[in-house]
Write a protein that binds this ligand. Sequence first.
Ligand SMILES: Nc1ncnc2c1ncn2[C@@H]1O[C@H](COP(=O)(O)OP(=O)(O)OP(=O)(O)O)[C@@H](O)[C@H]1O
Ligand SMILES: [Mg+2]
Length: 443
Amino acid sequence: MAQVVLENVYKSFPTRHNERVTPVVAHSSPLAPLDSPSMVERNSREHKQSISVLHDISLSVADGEFMVLVGPSGCGKSTLLRLIAGLEKISGGNIWVGDRLVNELPPKARDIAMVFQNYALYPHMTVYDNLAFGLRRTMRGEGRGVRGEGKNRSLDNLLVGVTRGLPKQLRYTTARERAVDERVRNVAQLLQIEALLNRLPKQLSGGQKQRVALGRAIARNPQVFLMDEPLSNLDAKLRAETRAQIVKLQRQLGTTTVYVTHDQTEAMTMGDRIAVMNQGQIQQVAPPLELYNRPATRFVAEFIGSPPMNFLPVQFHTPLSIAHPQFHFSLPEQWANVLQNYNRQTLILGIRPEHFYLSTPAPQNLLVQVDLVEALGNDTYLAVSFVKQGVQPSVIATTATNTLQVRIPPDRKVAVGEQLWLSLSLDKLHFFEYDSGQAIWFE
Ligand SMILES: Nc1ncnc2c1ncn2[C@@H]1O[C@H](COP(=O)(O)OP(=O)(O)OP(=O)(O)O)[C@@H](O)[C@H]1O
Ligand SMILES: [Mg+2]
């Protein structure tokens, strides 16, 4: 097993001839316009434009750790995995696997197994041969772990040839083939696919194919697993089952794993830690609950949690007052220090749907009207909007939407159009700088 360390990794792709540069990435401000010219790098040596896809990625995955990479589509997750696997060349920085610098090593020398979203099974091979194929190659390449390998190769070949026509039990098998067989059967048992070994991929369900793809990676007993959205083709039930199975297997095997998903439930439930990516950069790396409780940026706050956090522009006044056109209140004392430099400034107040409570009329509460009711059985979510009240202090040039997502107890019946008073959980508030989106936290 091994740790994986990425040091200041960059990746750019050259643009094709006549290709319009669609900038992808790399600006420190989450609110920066997407077409900022700084995003397009010029490759000075070849005088060609290139698109920067990954920007200064540093990440350390500990030996045996389950690291999840999450982020929206196109943020560079797959590219990062492919760089670690050696399927793409890095444009800058270093990648270490264990104590080896692997920048220049070809994929097969990196001792890494990758599971792709689309399984990539060989359609003409049985499950057994799919599991055995990579293993045979690995063992041949390394000549590892098989006693007698090499010495008697010509005798082996002769015996295999002579007995080929005999019934299976009587055929001669080489030492390497016996080792392959043992490993294939162990892995099949582990993943409960022993009964499927003689089938072709087209005779398997999506979930079974998925397990075979996983099995193929496991059989090779690599130092590192890389998994790129391996569950995205499964239905919800199978997805939850396979998710639990992967986590259990990873714990059992203790193999360092980097797992890509854009499903935040998967991220929260599987990872020891999660790295949240946006536009080719890592925004925060932390254990799941830390991301939920203390997101470092507005982007992370919005990405982790479902439905996402609500954001409202408010004005702060020292010592501790918060004003919004529709409500105003005093903050708990612990905010005094960290907010003192923001007097009279607009901040973004963040509040999760689960941190509103049904309440009574009061200046610190929000009067809202219900626009939509989503009763899921175990929870009820409401989309609500502010009810305009008499005085409208023009303290804020508000660009934010006035729709909020709110969770209420499932046994409370609510109708569309109904007006409600909501209170905020004062110990669950988040604040972000208006321009940079950086979170403001007290110690
Ligand atoms: N070979 C390539 N040449 C040019 N651009 C590429 C290449 N491969 C990826 N990209 C670009 O790099 C960006 C990141 O792609 P990547 O596949 O890593 O995203 P992702 O985070 O895995 O997205 P998804 O969640 O949709 O799979 C995208 O904008 C994509 O268009
Ligand atoms: Mg991808």
